[in-house]
Write a protein of this length. Structure first.
Length: 158
């Protein structure tokens, strides 16, 4: 159902890029406590961005980078809207700051405040690496619970 401009002023939006479903599952877990509208980056229309109090941007990591469309979204977020960022990757959990650095930089250039960040493991289904079983079974129930708690924390800060 289409969200009216009045509803958008109260409803957070979560936009995600997810090629193998891990980040979409995390995004869905975050959407619940925030009562957020959830949209895949390739379905997003500009009017859906307008008037939001906060927008969450989430992506898997592909060849060391977040999905291009999610990074480019930094240039489309309206001023005065706040943001949070989340990502999943097969390995390199300690590299999460590096993975999001380009997106963070672009948000900062536009003066968009990043409220918080979340990163978790996601099973790697890349045809070249899937035989290695990297982060098999992730995100698991515990990861999903962590994602939900993160979103509860965001809600308290709105
Ligand atoms: C094409 C491709 C490239 C990937 N490149 C990386 C990478 O550079 N580093 C990494 O840690 N994980 C990498 N992964 C694993 C993904 O980041 C991980 O599985 C993530 O959870 C995928 O999110 P998604 O299921 O939402 O697409 C790659 C996966 C795919 C399919």
């Amino acid at each position: 159902m289409a969200t009216s401009s009045k509803d958008r002023r109260q409803t957070p939006l979560i936009v995600f890029g997810s090629r193998t479903d891990n980040t979409r599952r995390v995004a869905a877990a975050m959407a619940k406590p925030l009562a957020a509208e959830l949209v895949a980056i390739d379905q997003l229309k500009d009017h859906q961005l307008r008037g939001r109090p906060v927008i969450g941007l989430g992506s898997g990591v592909y060849w060391l980078r977040l999905e291009r469309g999610i990074v480019d979204l930094a240039g489309r977020i309206p001023p005065h809207c706040r943001a949070f960022i989340f990502s999943t990757s097969g390995w390199g959990l300690s590299w999460d700051a590096f993975y999001r650095s380009e997106l963070e930089k672009r948000l900062k250039q536009r003066g968009i405040e990043v409220i918080d960040r979340w990163h978790g493991p996601g099973q790697d289904r890349n045809p070249f690496f899937k035989w290695m079983g990297i982060s098999r079974g992730r995100p698991n129930d515990n990861d999903i619970r962590r994602a939900r708690e993160f979103a509860q924390g965001i809600k308290r800060r709105l």
